[in-house]
Design a protein around this ligand. Structure first.
Ligand SMILES: [Zn+2]
Ligand SMILES: [Zn+2]
Length: 93
């Protein structure tokens, strides 16, 4: 019985140490010490994690920002084309 008690104590101590050592993940941006935003902090363009403030590609000078801009531009263009088509249809009716 005595052995079991000792084992339990050592396990508890180990967990405490681990908790103290564990660092909160920080924003990948240099000079920013804010904790990462776990759910939305991942940048899908450069695959790094940022805080709420820097999660947008524009906010962390994303290396892939140019790609991102290109695709955003394409999406906007598609939208405009669709809207134009809708407007024309409405006009005819
Ligand atoms: Zn940040
Ligand atoms: Zn990025």
């Amino acid at each position: 019985m005595a052995d079991i008690t000792v084992n339990n104590n050592s396990i508890e101590k180990n967990t405490e140490k681990k908790k103290k050592k564990k660092k909160t993940p920080r924003c990948s941006l240099d000079g920013c010490n804010k904790p990462q935003s776990i759910i939305v902090g991942n940048c899908k363009w450069c695959n790094q994690h940022f805080c709420n403030t820097h999660r947008l590609p524009e906010s962390h000078c994303c290396m892939k920002l140019n790609d991102c801009k290109d695709s955003a531009f394409n999406i906007n263009q598609n939208k405009l084309e669709k809207e134009k088509t809708v407007c024309r249809k409405v006009g005819i009716i």
